[in-house]
Design a protein around this ligand. Structure first.
Ligand SMILES: Cc1ncc(COP(=O)(O)O)c(C=O)c1O
Length: 254
């Protein structure tokens, strides 16, 4: 489409002129008739989800939804959708998903923007190093933190087992479902929002070399689900040997 892509360092402070916040604002001032959407502080963001995503989910589940699991970045998707759903049924539980390295969950728990929480992480779109106006913290019933590694493995698992090729933060949302699974009952209707498609991540989470470079490749979630995997069998053997090794050696005299 002829757009010029300006790549910015992900870990730059928002006030840093090189951060994507500052660069976007600067570019919008330089280009005639440009408009800076301001997705973090512009409440049109969450309102769009109040008027579209919320009703869509309510109608498609015929009002049976019990849980809504959603990533929080700007908070727009989560908050607008949650506001609509809670108006329909205040008992619907809203589960926010946050990344390790982001300040959102701690802020939800304590009201403090703790800069010690901030460090670089891999999942794109999820979490923040600022507190956007679009995150309606009062609508969130539970906030779950997920790791880069488990989110990547979950995304790959969704592609391999469910035929759903979705993005990295979608893997994060799915990982959050696994983390809250003990709270769920068989008749619950859990809606998990997958923010984007997997095609944008072919060079990352769907690339074996990238996964190996990150040290993510043999994450236990996939291995544990595959009873025939070499790694799983080796792990069981190691536990068995540690627990019963001496007894076996004495009995068998080996
Ligand atoms: C891939 C991806 N996942 C999750 C999010 C988070 O959504 P929101 O900003 O509505 O909180 C975004 C936001 O841009 C995104 O691009």
């Amino acid at each position: 489409m002829g757009a010029e892509v300006v790549v910015c360092p992900a870990d730059a402070e928002p006030e840093d002129p090189n951060s994507y916040y500052s660069r976007a604002e600067q570019i919008s001032r330089e280009i005639p008739n440009a408009y800076y959407l301001g997705q973090n502080y512009n409440l049109d963001n969450s309102n769009a989800h109040y008027f579209t995503t919320g009703p869509e989910i309510w109608e498609q589940t015929e009002g049976k939804i019990t849980h809504f699991v959603c990533c929080a970045g700007t908070g727009g998707t989560l908050s607008g959708t949650a506001r609509y759903l809670k108006e329909k049924n205040p008992n619907i539980r809203i589960i926010g998903v946050d990344a390790y390295g982001s300040v959102l969950k701690k802020y939800w728990e304590t009201g403090i923007l703790d800069k010690n929480e901030i460090y670089p992480y891999r999942i794109e779109g999820l979490g923040k190093t600022i507190i956007p106006d679009n995150v309606a913290f009062d609508l969130i019933d539970d906030f779950v933190k997920v790791t880069d590694r488990h989110s990547a493995v979950r995304a790959r698992e969704l592609a391999a087992k469910e035929g759903l090729m979705v993005g990295y933060s979608s893997g994060a949302a799915m990982e959050a479902v696994y983390k809250i699974k003990k709270q769920l009952r068989p008749d619950d209707v859990v809606v998990v929002l997958f923010p984007d498609h997997g095609s944008r991540y072919l060079g990352k989470i769907f690339n074996d070399d990238w996964m190996k470079q990150q040290g993510f490749y043999c994450a236990p979630t996939v291995e544990a689900n595959n009873p025939y995997s070499y790694k799983h069998i080796k792990r069981i053997y190691k536990v068995y040997k540690r627990k019963y090794g001496r007894y076996l050696r004495q009995t068998l005299k080996i």
